[in-house]
Design a protein around this ligand. Sequence first.
Ligand code: PLP
Length: 284
Amino acid sequence: MRIVYVNGEYKPENEATVSVFDRGFLFADAVYEGIAVVDGKLIDFPAHIARLERSCKALDMPLNYNYEQLLELNRQVVARNDLKEGFLYFQISRGAADRDFAFDNSALTQSVVIFCQPKSIINNPVVETGMSVITIDDLRWGRCDIKTVQLLYPSLAKMEAKKQGADDAWFVKDGIVMEGTSNNAFIITKDDVIVTRPTSNEILPGITRAAILQYAGENGLKIEERQFSKDEAYQAKEAFISSATTFMFPVVKIDGHQVGDGKVGEHVKKLRALYIEESIKRAV
Ligand code: PLP
């Protein structure tokens, strides 16, 4: 049985509870991070904490832990569960109070939950097979840059993809690809340029996305942060998604159109190997 951190205690998962009045439950008034663990170490941890701080600030939610405390809590959950490979889920909600749209931070005690899930990341079978995506209208709210637990639409979009026999969905606005349901979207052009749309309040600034762009840039690969349409994606040489819990997965089909020759491309493989090498070096 997993051990979960909840509000200052480490508990077996069946005893780990939060209030039914928790604003995370009633209003999706909570922020979170998903952090990869490889060889028992946390990947891209400082960047995840920086984004958590940013999310809290954007929602006027205090963050009552400093970096060292957060690192210790996360490491404890990894150690107590003997997690070798998988991810940590770390959520902070504003806390419990009588149900009211208005909130008073000074009268609330936050709920903090950390749990982990084993998952094969490095050698996940999708790295070899690639995945298929459909495109779907982006009907989410206007602050997709804040990592909140308000994930109903992305969840429904993923189910629509499954219903259509695909693995995931890419959100599209006016023909432009925004991002995946829980990942950032990239293409590689016929001229070997890695393209991903710039960050804004319309997408989540992915930690993995930023790290990939950094390592690709340092290794002299061509990068363009610009918008691309779904039609351009259909014509791309390669495509992929990035996220903490996949690192990068190749995309070999978009809306039924085969990407390139329909097989996992060489660029994606090399870029993923580069990301793995660099991020493991920096793991804490
Ligand atoms: N975009 C969305 C909407 C996400 O939910 C996620 C991760 O959950 C990402 C992108 C990828 O971000 P990261 O690389 O930080 O996991």
